[in-house]
Design a protein around this ligand. Structure first.
Ligand SMILES: Cc1cc2nc3c(=O)[nH]c(=O)nc-3n(C[C@H](O)[C@H](O)[C@H](O)COP(=O)(O)OP(=O)(O)OC[C@H]3O[C@@H](n4cnc5c(N)ncnc54)[C@H](O)[C@@H]3O)c2cc1C
Length: 386
């Protein structure tokens, strides 16, 4: 039986583990966190990725976990309403997309393989050495093992990518925005809805997943150069975000305070990963590690799910994996460009035009779903019975 080590236990990792088991492969997953991280912000599963989760038999469970956001309300600088629309009016589609918390999806995927796959939590790969018989791997814990293949499913800042292809900067396409995510008490009593406040170049969002005690807060802003220096310094991240929103009204003073006090602050650039190749020898990448499209596309989890399915069927031919999904990946990455996010207009004129456009959509039926979301038909592979 061939053996595969996967780095990362979020979406791409456990989904790949599932399909590799169905191809008769022995799988180990290494995850740097102590446990699987549950809950979190909502992500979408749509288009071709819906076919993947249907083939996994997960549609009923995912429908149960569906968040069903009812409205997105856009606010002016003073908190007055600029527009209020249903999510489909923004993204397109007939409402059949699934929206689940990232951590709920990760837990559901993990549940399908936890009994058949070895999970090494609180650990990571520190070195890899490839030879004709496999890849020798040393883990941070000191454990040493040899695998036939190693797959990086370890996200935007993938360690497997850095070990195999070199520094991230070569592949990192900064889209011109930074964001901070954190949780805070639901003091406005929001239910199944999101509020998005805008000033030119700055945005704040509150996202209520269901009618829970806490909401997800996001503070996002345009910035010409990516603040790479702040990545090593959490206090510098808090100071940077606080300084950007220092003079703003509405709930911003409260949000900045909550951001500064939060113990789950997540700060990053809004970026894509674009690489000419996603494999080298016995190592390959999948999901955000290979082709993060950025959350502005809303397609990261869907690409991860589709990529995992296709990679599992092509473990003996990584070239076929790349050829099969590259057009789908690129079509979805091209949904956004530098500085053109509808959610974060950069000037007063573009913000006014965006709001006028949103108001016109308040009463119109939702547009058809984007063809890019379904721009691939899944290949069929011979699989072992579940
Ligand atoms: C705020 C926000 C909103 C988003 N909204 C959407 C949306 O609406 N729709 C959508 O489809 N996508 C959305 N996304 C993107 C989506 O979350 C990602 O595209 C998706 O999670 C990618 O899955 P992944 O498994 O490839 O990587 P990740 O989810 O990033 O998981 C990587 C895993 O690898 C682990 N890891 C990292 N480094 C190491 C290491 N050195 N060793 C071992 N393990 C490691 C991490 O702990 C993590 O578990 C959003 C993202 C953000 C941040």
């Amino acid at each position: 039986m061939s053996s595969v080590l996967i780095s990362g236990a979020s979406i791409a990792g456990p989904a790949l583990a599932f399909w590799l088991r169905r191809h008769g492969v022995d799988v180990t997953v290494v995850e740097k966190s102590h446990t699987l991280r549950g809950g979190g912000y909502p992500i979408d599963i749509r288009g071709t990725a819906l076919d993947v989760v249907e083939r996994m038999g997960l549609l009923p469970r995912l429908r149960e976990a569906h968040v069903d956001t009812r409205r997105i309300t856009f606010l002016n600088a003073d908190g007055s309403q600029a527009a209020s629309i249903r999510p489909e009016s923004l993204i397109g589609g007939d409402g059949s997309d699934l929206e689940v918390r990232r951590g709920d999806l990760a837990e559901i995927l993990y549940g399908t393989v936890r009994d058949d796959v070895e999970f090494l939590f609180d650990n990571t790969i520190v070195s890899m050495s490839e030879h004709s018989g496999g890849v020798d791997v040393t883990f941070r814990s000191g454990l040493e093992r040899t695998y036939d293949h190693v797959i990086g499913a370890d996200g935007l800042h993938s360690a497997v990518r850095a070990l195999t292809f070199g520094p991230e900067e070569q592949f990192h396409r900064y889209l011109g925005y930074c964001f901070a995510g954190f949780t805070l008490p639901n003091h406005l009593g929001l239910q199944q809805e999101a509020l998005l406040w805008n000033e030119p170049g700055r945005a704040a969002a509150l996202y209520a997943v269901g009618s829970t005690e806490n909401v997800h807060g996001f503070l996002s802003f345009t910035r010409e150069e990516a603040p790479f220096g702040a990545f090593r310094d959490p206090q510098a991240q808090r100071d940077l975000v606080a300084s950007v929103f220092a003079d703003d009204g509405w709930e911003l003073p409260h949000l900045v305070k909550a951001m500064q006090a939060s113990d789950d602050l997540f700060f990053d650039t809004v970026s894509q990963i674009r690489m000419p190749r996603w494999s080298s020898g016995r190592v390959a990448l999948v999901g955000d590690a290979a082709y993060a499209p950025s959350f502005l596309t809303g397609q990261g989890s869907s690409l991860a799910l589709v990529g995992a399915y296709v990679l599992a069927g092509n473990m003996s031919d990584f070239g076929a994996y790349e050829r099969t999904i590259r057009p789908f990946v690129e079509a979805n990455q091209n949904l956004v460009d530098v500085g053109d996010a509808e959610l974060f207009p950069g000037t007063a004129e573009s913000l006014a035009a965006r709001n006028a456009n949103l108001r016109s959509r308040e009463t119109m039926p939702a547009p058809a779903s984007r063809p890019e979301h379904s721009a691939m038909t899944l290949p069929d592979f011979e699989l072992l019975s579940p």
